[in-house]
Design a protein around this ligand. Structure first.
Ligand SMILES: NC(=O)NC1=NC(=O)NC1=O
Length: 238
């Protein structure tokens, strides 16, 4: 059995449930998904400050997963908060949903656009695309301006707004695929992909399958050099 620790770095349990459901739907039969929720940080992550404090709570859940002997971690927030810190901390593979989604999109299209939540978080996705060497593939980061915790509210009409933004991207951006820029959109990818007739990628599903692939390849996070375990020293623990 492969155990994948899927961490919601925000503190909203209903989002963890949506994420874990999407993760299990994507996983192979012999993979067990353990969904974990950050117990320190923010109810939702919508900016640099939220990401900084959420990373601390996320890292505690990496420790919990490692203590349980999980085979890989998925950081299920589109900012990939604390990704390299988690890779230092853990010896098993750690994937962020943004990195996984962008790579999946680059395998099926020459160019893609990202559709995320609030306009103020677009810069975070732009920084990630640059850091991941994806600037040649990522044409544009768009936003639907729906708050993360409103994504599951019927009155927010997220599906309709997302569909409209995706159609504009298809018309204007010269792309072949769309990346959904929030873990809270995980349940919408399939439906939008069918409606638009193009790959619409949810990073939760992509990260779970890539994690299974790395485990299957016997690959673990390298502890030589940059991602070696953190140096022992006095630290404030939660
Ligand atoms: N772009 C985003 O809004 N990302 C996210 N904020 C969260 O709280 N979870 C996400 O995936």
């Amino acid at each position: 059995e492969t155990v994948i620790n899927v961490i919601n770095p925000n503190m909203t349990v209903t989002m963890t449930e949506l994420i874990a459901k999407a993760a299990q739907a994507s996983a192979s039969p012999h993979t067990r998904i353990v969904g974990r929720t950050a117990r320190f940080g923010a109810a939702s992550i919508e900016g640099h400050y939220d990401e900084a404090i959420a990373a601390v709570g996320m890292l505690k859940e990496v420790e919990a997963g490692d203590a349980e002997g999980c085979h890989a971690h998925v950081i299920a927030c589109f900012g990939d908060p604390g990704l390299l810190a988690a890779r230092e901390l853990s010896a098993v593979p750690v994937l962020g949903i943004a990195e996984a989604a962008m790579h999946a999109a680059s395998f099926v299209a020459t160019h893609f656009s990202i559709v995320t939540t609030l306009s103020r978080t677009k810069v975070i996705a732009e920084h990630l695309a640059r850091n991941y060497g994806m600037e040649q593939h990522c044409r544009k980061v768009r936003a639907v301006d729906v708050a993360v915790l409103d994504l599951d509210k019927p009155e927010a009409n997220v599906r309709g707004t997302l569909l409209g933004e995706c159609e504009a991207a298809l018309r204007e951006d010269g792309i072949g695929a769309i990346v959904l820029g929030c873990a809270g959109m995980a349940d919408l990818a399939q439906d939008l992909s069918t409606e638009l007739g193009i790959p619409v990628i949810d990073g939760v599903a992509a990260a779970v399958r890539f994690a299974e692939a790395l485990v299957g390849l016997g690959l673990k996070t390298s502890k030589h050099g940059d991602l070696a375990f953190p140096l022992p020293k006095a630290r404030t623990t939660l």
